[in-house]
Design a protein around this ligand. Structure first.
Ligand SMILES: C[C@@H](O)C(=O)SC[C@H](NC(=O)CC[C@H](N)C(=O)O)C(=O)NCC(=O)O
Ligand code: NI
Length: 146
């Protein structure tokens, strides 16, 4: 058995691609429009997974965009998507510069959380050992739910 993808439904495709690709840094590896079902599926991969994902659409995040508007709510049982990053301070600074709220700042040099436009929780983990605590991150407060 192999892990393939996690699917999340998105209300605004352009807004979601701006967040997941332009800001978070994921890359589109596949896109399928389904006229009959009136939806689009887009498979996104982290740069480190690109080669594997281009061949087999795994490991991926699958965005489902239903052409007819729906209200997505609840789903408290869904926790988060997690990505490992080379430098969590640089990643959070880049996201913050692009207007993303760092809901749980990387005070420990190891873990941070942000939210997607559809309020999906995204965990960012430092690759290898935690970085030395440094400002402004060490004294930043949490913002809302992470
Ligand atoms: C391609 C493969 O990875 C899929 O996940 S297709 C699964 C299929 N998706 C849809 O029909 C998308 C549109 C639908 N309106 C929806 O929002 O799910 C499906 O069976 N989805 C049902 C589900 O519970 O995921
Ligand atoms: Ni799927």
């Amino acid at each position: 058995m192999e892990y393939l993808h996690t699917m999340v439904r998105v209300a605004d495709l352009d807004e979601s691609l701006a967040f997941y690709c332009d800001k978070l840094g994921l890359e589109e590896v596949a896109r399928d429009d389904y006229e009959k079902g009136r939806f689009t599926l887009i498979f996104l991969a982290a740069p480190g997974d690109r080669e594997t994902a281009q061949e087999s659409k795994r490991p991926c995040l699958e965005l489902t965009y239903n052409w007819d508007p729906e209200t997505y709510s609840g789903g408290r049982n869904f926790g988060h998507l997690a990505y490992r990053v080379d430098n969590i301070y640089e990643t959070c600074q880049r996201l913050m510069d692009q207007g993303v709220t760092i809901n749980r700042p990387p005070r420990d040099g190891h873990m941070a959380f942000v939210r997607s436009p559809d309020n999906i929780s995204i965990e960012l983990l430092q690759k290898g050992e935690p970085l030395e605590p440094q400002e402004p991150w060490a004294s930043m407060a949490n913002t809302g739910e992470w």
